[in-house]
Design a protein around this ligand. Structure first.
Ligand code: SF4
Ligand code: SF4
Ligand code: SF4
Length: 178
């Protein structure tokens, strides 16, 4: 099984990495050999990428802020399904209505998101005042990993993905959150 087989327009949020006990899910650059082979194979699901590839021969941008994609090591996988169930594209979560937005910077996409989700949940569950800054797909990932709940002591700070930013990445063009 590959996540791309079941998830349409994977945005590289990294939620699927966290529940895997075998460390079998990794995030790859979209233009890497590993990702490109799978995107082509599951082109019907990764429609935005396939269209972008036809137009430019690339699957997404490179450099700072470039989106990643989830690739599963099938040899290490015991098919428990946890990665798919926590994917907020496969299993959608409802997001709060945000009134205040923050400016996006590509540096936010350079963070180790699975590690950050774990740390954020640990702090919030310990009852500490916790803040999480992220794009809507990252907030959806955190909420999904937290059992579709946001505790009161966890303050969410959403980063606004401008139309220009969304147009710059194939998976963002078909973003489920805007
Ligand atoms: S959780 Fe879903 S959208 Fe996020 S990286 Fe994994 S497969 Fe892609
Ligand atoms: S199905 Fe289970 S073991 Fe396989 S990659 Fe997903 S979480 Fe890991
Ligand atoms: S537009 Fe923003 S929220 Fe949507 S997938 Fe892209 S980075 Fe995530």
């Amino acid at each position: 099984m590959q996540l791309l087989e079941r998830v349409k327009n994977c945005n590289g949020c990294g939620a699927c990495v966290v529940p895997c006990k075998h460390n079998a899910v990794k995030l790859f650059d979209r233009n890497s050999e590993e990702a490109a082979e799978l995107i082509l194979k599951y082109a019907d699901k990764q429609s935005a990428e396939a269209k972008a590839y036809k137009a430019s021969g690339r699957y997404g941008s490179d450099g700072p802020g470039a989106k990643k994609i989830a690739v599963l090591n099938e040899g290490a996988c015991d098919r428990c399904n946890a990665c798919v169930l926590f994917c907020p594209i496969f299993n959608p979560v409802e997001l709060p209505v945000f009134e205040e937005w923050y400016e996006y910077d590509p540096a936010f996409d350079e963070r180790d998101m699975p590690k950050l989700y774990r740390e954020t949940m640990r702090k919030a569950r310990a009852g500490q005042h916790t803040e999480f800054v992220g794009t809507l797909c990252q907030i959806a990932a955190l909420k999904s990993l937290n059992g579709d709940k946001i505790p009161q002591n966890l303050i969410l700070k959403p980063l606004l993905c401008s139309k220009e930013k969304r147009d710059s990445e194939p998976c963002c063009r078909e973003c489920a959150f805007y």
